[in-house]
Design a protein around this ligand. Structure first.
Ligand code: NAP
Length: 255
């Protein structure tokens, strides 16, 4: 039987990762380090220790695990962040340490949703009706292909002001994070005259309020499906289920 882990690396950048860090750090039974990619200029503080920046691929991550005596990795990254998840699987294998993954379920359309599901960003670009005003709810590294649609006005929400000019013919920049409050998202959609949302099927609650707001307003959504990710041995659908994992051996205090 494996000993309880002493140093846990959480691959983060999501609200769920911060929740996991808070619950594990609170019990003070293990050293908790959260890793962020460094995409946000002033990330919200996370409980426990934080390190920022890429590792240099799977081998770099494996070296970090060894140098820091990490004995368990938790992959709580975003469902579309496929590279770091693949690197985590490879590095944990190389170091022969366990990997626990959070795979939050995708959203399903419910009554009143007007979704057009597409497989890729290119399909989403092509599916936008001529001349529409669109909330482009994607990470900044994925928005460039939409610049081909000079007929469309894009409303783009970003946490940080971009350093370079955005490549769009017509756009409105909204600084901030998605609101958890449906009424606030509804007000934002109305204020900007948005006729359509383009987003990815991230799952979870952090980005869901805009979907509920679109439903209330009867707005269509172009929903980009997620790529298939392998389901590991220790994959959990919620923070609570993950914290109950046998490998964590009661390291999280009950909420
Ligand atoms: P990605 O494509 O899977 O990763 C690209 C590279 O970024 C990785 O190879 C790794 O560099 C580095 N990286 C990613 N996550 C890291 C982490 N937690 N700690 C240290 N390095 C990390 O990921 P992405 O889609 O660019 O997302 C980057 C981060 O933003 C993730 O942590 C994710 O949880 C968060 N996030 C992403 C989205 C999204 O829409 N994709 C949304 C919300 C939050 P090296 O190879 O050099 O190690």
């Amino acid at each position: 039987m494996r000993a309880a882990p002493e140093t846990i690396l959480i691959l983060g950048g999501t609200r769920e990762a911060a929740e996991i860090a808070a619950r594990l750090a609170e019990s003070r039974k293990a050293r908790i380090v959260t890793s962020l990619a460094g995409r946000t200029r002033e990330p919200k503080p996370v409980a426990g220790e934080t390190r920022i920046g890429g590792f240099g691929g799977a081998d770099g991550l494996a070296a970090y695990l060894q140098d820091n005596a990490v004995d368990l990795v938790i992959d709580a990254t975003h469902p579309f962040a496929g590279t770091i998840s693949a690197n985590a699987r490879r590095a944990a294998d190389l170091r022969a340490i366990p990997l626990i993954s959070l795979a939050r379920p995708a959203w399903d359309a419910v009554d009143g949703d007007r979704w057009q599901r597409v497989a890729t960003i290119a399909d989403a670009v092509a599916a936008i009706p001529e001349g529409a005003t669109v909330l482009l709810a994607l990470g900044r590294q994925h928005i460039a292909p939409f610049a081909d649609r000079a007929d469309v006005t894009f409303v783009i929400r970003m946490v940080d002001k971009p350093e370079a000019d955005l490549p769009f013919a017509r756009f409105v920049l909204v600084l901030g994070k998605p609101d958890l409050d449906v009424a606030a998202e509804e007000a934002m959609l109305v204020a900007h005259g948005i006729a359509l949302i383009v987003c990815r099927n991230s799952g979870g609650r952090g980005a869901y309020a805009k979907i509920e707001a679109a439903r209330r307003l009867g707005l269509p959504v172009i929903m980009i499906d997620r790529p298939e990710q392998p389901v590991g041995l220790h994959t959990y659908a919620s923070v609570e289920a993950l914290l109950g994992a046998g490998l964590l051996r009661g390291l999280a205090d009950p909420s």
